[in-house]
Design a protein around this ligand. Structure first.
Ligand code: AHG
Ligand code: MN
Ligand code: MN
Ligand code: MN
Length: 334
């Protein structure tokens, strides 16, 4: 019988990796884990409670918010507010940053960027959805919090993670020392270490893209898709196409099996659709820490200097060999 290691125990054990930290990051990760369990409870009974369907509101992205978008957003912000370790939250569901100025948090040292519910289009059809979070340290502690402190490059993240509410509920995170996955054991209400030291295969045969946008893709991406479909057994082609529509689920599958996820620019999204601060940067940090690669076709995602809170970027993320093949096609045709 292998020893059960809970997320809380693991965080404390890994505390030793951060001699300068006094437990604040550990408590922050614990707060996020608690909110994830609360959201999971609603996701798991979505068909039975009034949590499906539209909320009747629109967010800054111009998306119709789902009830679960708003519920998840409320739960994570509430957990961060009461946990006292976070001084400001940037959420997909809010135009501006939420400054948590309770006396407890005023000196808090961490900034959290969050996509509370990723893959909203899948909520009502019982397909996997997720939560994505990214944690930065304040650059000017003690002073008034400025937007510039939130707009840090992905390389400055101190931690990043995601929750996937799927056939099981997992929390996967990194603090820059590898990637570890925890599966929620509902019988004890704890995330338990199930995937220690996750590594993404260096190559793969799964490509993940919304081919419905084919005509709108740059020529290099079109050429790559055709490359994937060529019959060439010695290079394991044609590859397999898998697209779930929740970035977390598509990236998680590729992390385990190998593969590449592509969300290029399209005519409807000339900057790309996915958001840098709370989708691309955290997932890029995780995939790099697991031995993979994440790029906008030219630049490392983590090196992009954010200019705006909700800015978008094209992203190609996954197994190194596959991402580099995509870059080859893109750079050839630009
Ligand atoms: P969100 O639900 O947080 O708005 O994110 C949805 C994103 C991402 O999860 C997914 O990969 C992508 O949108 C799917 O976009 P398309 O439906 O355009 O393929
Ligand atoms: Mn959304
Ligand atoms: Mn999302
Ligand atoms: Mn979302």
């Amino acid at each position: 019988m292998t020893k059960v290691i809970t997320l809380g125990q693991f965080i404390i054990e890994k505390q030793a990796d951060f001699p300068y930290a006094k437990g604040e990051l550990s408590r922050l990760l614990r707060d996020i884990g608690i909110a994830a369990k609360i959201v999971n409870r609603e996701v798991n009974k979505a068909g039975l409670v009034d949590i499906l369907g539209d909320n009747g509101t629109t967010n800054i992205q111009g998306e119709g918010q789902k009830k679960l978008d708003v519920y998840a957003d409320e739960q994570f912000i509430s957990a961060l507010r009461s946990g006292g370790e976070c001084c400001v939250v940037a959420s997909e569901e809010h135009d501006d940053c939420i400054f948590i100025d309770s006396h407890v948090s005023r000196n808090a040292k961490y900034i959290v960027c969050i996509d509370p519910l990723d893959g909203s289009s899948n909520i009502d059809v019982n397909v996997s959805v997720g939560t994505i979070f990214s944690i930065y340290r304040r650059t000017d502690p003690g002073g008034p919090i400025r937007l510039e402190e939130v707009l840090q490059k992905g390389t400055q993240q101190v931690a990043a993670g995601y929750v996937i509410y799927g056939s099981s509920t997992m929390l996967v995170y990194t603090t820059g020392k590898g990637v570890n996955g925890f599966t929620l054991d509902p019988s004890i209400g704890e995330f338990c270490l199930s995937h220690p030291n996750m590594r993404i295969p260096l190559d793969g045969t799964i490509y993940s893209i919304n081919e419905g946008n084919y005509v709108k893709f740059p020529q290099g991406v079109k050429d790559y898709i055709k490359y994937c479909q060529v019959e060439e057994p010695e290079t394991n082609r044609p590859f397999t196409s898998r697209y779930i529509g929740s970035m977390v689920a598509d990236v998680h599958r590729n992390l385990i099996k190998g593969g590449v996820f592509l969300y290029p620019t399209t005519s409807s999204h000339p900057q790309g659709k996915l958001r840098l601060m709370y989708e691309c940067n955290p997932l890029a940090f995780i995939i790099e820490q697991a031995g993979g690669k994440a790029t906008d076709g030219w630049r490392r995602i983590l090196d992009i200097q954010p200019q705006e809170l909700h800015e978008r970027t094209p992203i190609f993320i996954g197994s190194i060999a596959m991402v580099e093949k995509v870059e080859e096609f893109i750079q050839l045709k630009t």
